[in-house]
Design a protein around this ligand. Structure first.
Ligand code: FUL
Length: 503
C-alpha cells in the first residue's frame, strides 16, 4: 500500500522484478524500486547529509553524494508535488503588496470569508498542502495573538472573534489537506523589532501559539526579508532557536526557505532549473554542530548562491566539505502580485501557463508552491477558480492514460532499458522518476523511440530526481528506450510513463 502511494503519480510502474542486481557490488541493471524499496532503505548511510573526509577522492565524494537521501519529512513533502500559498491579510484590504505596519486594521473585514472554499478549490485542483500567511511583513496577525494588538482580534471581523489561521487549519483537517504557516520574520509593526533578543523571544511566543493551538502543522515557511528596525537597528534572527522549537512542537513539519529542509529554487517565475540536484554542498562546521547533538536532526547549512544555474554537479561538489539533501521549492503566484488586487483579475495565469509551470517545477525535480490569494470578500475569486478548474481538466486528461503501462521491459545493459509497448501509441510527454529514497543519481540520459527501422532521439536531459517531465513533438511508436549516459551510482528508476498532452 505504502509503495503504491509512493509511486502513484506516474501511472506506469516498472513492475518486473528485475532485481538480479540486488547483490551489492554487482554492477547491476536498473534497479526497479518498487521491488527493492525495502532493500534500498536498509543499505547505505540513510542520512540526509554526509561529511567529506580530507582523504576522500573524487570517486568517494560522488559515491557519497549518491547515497544522501531525504529525511522522512522531506520525502513526504516531495511526494505532495502540488502545494499552495494563500496570501491574505491587511494588504488584501489596502490593496498593497507590502504593508508598513501602520495600517488601520479596522479595514480588515471580509464579508463572506470561507476558508472551506479556499481549501475545496485548491484540493479540487490537485493541491495537497496549503500555507497561509499567518503574518506578513506588516506584522498583522490572522490569529488572535496574545503578544500583539496588531491582530484580527482588534478588527471588526466577527467582532474581533475571528481566527483565520484556525479556519484554514480546520478546513485542511476536514478535507485531508496538509496545513502550513508563513510567519514573516520581518515585522514592520513590532516595537521589539531591531532589539534582537526581545524580538526573538516575541517571535518564539508567536511561533509557539501557531504550533500549539492549531493541530498538526506540516510546513513552516520563513522568508529571508530582514529590513531595518526602528531607528535603523539591525535585527539578528535566532534561527537556531526557532528551528529547535519547531522540531520540538511539530516534528513532522518541514521548515522551508530560511530553514533546513526545503530550499528556495531561486526565482519566483515558477520555472526551476534544467539541472536540479537535491544534494548540494553544505557547511561542515554546521554539520559538526548537529552531530554534537545540539540540534539533533537539523541538517542545515548549504553554502553558496541559491540562484546559481548549477548547485550540485560534480564540479560543485568536488571541493565540498559536506553535502546535504536540500530540495527545491518553486514558488510563484497565479497573479502578478502575491496579494489579491482587483485590477489583476484579468491577469490570472491561464490553464496552459499553469500546465507549463507544472512541467517546469514538479517536472524538474521540484515541488510547486502556487499562490492563490483570496479577495476582499474572503473568497478565492472566480477568475482564479476557473483557471484552476480548467487546468485540472487538462491535467487529468493528460495524465490519465499512460501509454507505457503494461509495457514489457527489457534490461539491455546496466544503463539501458527498453520498453515494448506491445502496440503503437502516439505520445509527446515522458515522465521519469528515480527512487530518491536511495539517493539522486542520474546525471545524463537520452530517451529514444523506435521508428520501425532505427532508434531516434526523443529527448535528452541531465538530472531526473523525484520527477522529470519531458515534452517533445508527438511520435507514434511501439518501443521506447532509455539510455542513462551517466549516473553517480547504479540508477534506480521507479517509473517511466508516456502521455499525450491534452489540447
Ligand atoms: C517574499 C515576500 O517579500 C513576498 O511579499 C511574498 O510573501 C513572497 C512569497 O516572499 O519574501
Amino acid at each position: 500500500m505504502f509503495q503504491m502511494n509512493i509511486y502513484k503519480s506516474c501511472q506506469m510502474r516498472i513492475q518486473s522484478l528485475l532485481t538480479a542486481g540486488r547483490l551489492a557490488g554487482l554492477l547491476v541493471l536498473l534497479h526497479l524500486a518498487l521491488s527493492n524499496y525495502s532493500y534500498a532503505q536498509t543499505r547505505g548511510q540513510e542520512k540526509n547529509y554526509v561529511t567529506i573526509d580530507p582523504g576522500d577522492k573524487e570517486t568517494d565524494i560522488i559515491r557519497k553524494a549518491a547515497t544522501v537521501v531525504p529525511s522522512p519529512r522531506q520525502f513526504r513533502w516531495q511526494q505532495l508535488e502540488l502545494t499552495a500559498f494563500l496570501h491574505f491579510g491587511i494588504n488584501t484590504f489596502t490593496n498593497r503588496e507590502w504593508g508598513d505596519g501602520k495600517e488601520d486594521i479596522s479595514r480588515f473585514n471580509p464579508s463572506r470569508l470561507d476558508a472551506g472554499q479556499w481549501v475545496r478549490v485548491l484540493k479540487a485542483a490537485g493541491f495537497k498542502q496549503v500555507i497561509v500567511t499567518a503574518k506578513h511583513h506588516d506584522g498583522f496577525c490572522l490569529w488572535p495573538s496574545k503578544y500583539t494588538e496588531h491582530s484580527i482580534k482588534n478588527t471588526p471581523y466577527m467582532h474581533g472573534k475571528g481566527d483565520v489561521v484556525k479556519a484554514v487549519a480546520d478546513a485542511c483537517k476536514a478535507q485531508g489537506v496538509g496545513f502550513g504557516v508563513y510567519l514573516s520574520p520581518w515585522d514592520r509593526n513590532s516595537l521589539f523589532y531591531g532589539d534582537s533578543a526581545k524580538y526573538n523571544t516575541h517571535f518564539m511566543h508567536q511561533l509557539t501559539e501557531l504550533l500549539s493551538n492549531y493541530g498538526k502543522v506540516d510546513e513552516v515557511w520563513f522568508d529571508g526579508a530582514n529590513g531595518e528596525g526602528p531607528n535603523g537597528k539591525k535585527q539578528v534572527y535566532n534561527f537556531d532557536a526557532w528551528y529547535a522549537l519547531i522540531r520540538r512542537l511539530q516534528p513532522g513539519a518541514v521548515i522551508a526557505i530560511m530553514g533546513p529542509d526545503v530550499r528556495w529554487v531561486g526565482t519566483e517565475s515558477g520555472y526551476g532549473r534544467e539541472t536540479e540536484w537535491s544534494v548540494i554542498p553544505a557547511d561542515r562546521n554546521m554539520l559538526a554542530k548537529i552531530a554534537a547533538g545540539s540540534q539533533q536532526d537539523i541538517a542545515f547549512a548549504p553554502v553558496g548562491d541559491k540562484t546559481a544555474e548549477d548547485l550540485g554537479s560534480r564540479e560543485k561538489i568536488r571541493n565540498a566539505s559536506a553535502l546535504v539533501w536540500y530540495p527545491a521549492e518553486t514558488d510563484v503566484s497565479i497573479r502578478p502580485g502575491w496579494f489579491y488586487h482587483p485590477e489583476e483579475d484579468r491577469k490570472v495565469k491561464t490553464p496552459d501557463k499553469l500546465m507549463d509551470i507544472y512541467f517546469n517545477s514538479v517536472g524538474r525535480n521540484g515541488v510547486l508552491l502556487l499562490n492563490v490569494p483570496p479577495d476582499t470578500n474572503g473568497l478565492i475569486s472566480q477568475s482564479d477558480v476557473r483557471s484552476l478548474q480548467e487546468w485540472k481538466v487538462k491535467f487529468d486528461r493528460t495524465f490519465s492514460v499512460d501509454y507505457a503501462k503494461g509495457a514489457v521491459k527489457k534490461i539491455i545493459s546496466p544503463f539501458i532499458i527498453e520498453l515494448d509497448l506491445k502496440r503503437t501509441a502516439t505520445f509527446n510527454v515522458l515522465c521519469l522518476q528515480e527512487n530518491i529514497r536511495s539517493g539522486q543519481r542520474v546525471e545524463q540520459f537520452t530517451a529514444e523511440y523506435w521508428d520501425g527501422h532505427d532508434w531516434k532521439k526523443l529527448a535528452t536531459g541531465t538530472t531526473i530526481g523525484y520527477k522529470r517531465l519531458l515534452k517533445f513533438d508527438a511520435v507514434t511508436t511501439g518501443k521506447i528506450r532509455l539510455n542513462i549516459g551517466s549516473s553517480r551510482l547504479t540508477p534506480e528508476l521507479t517509473a517511466i510513463g508516456a502521455y499525450r498532452l491534452a489540447e
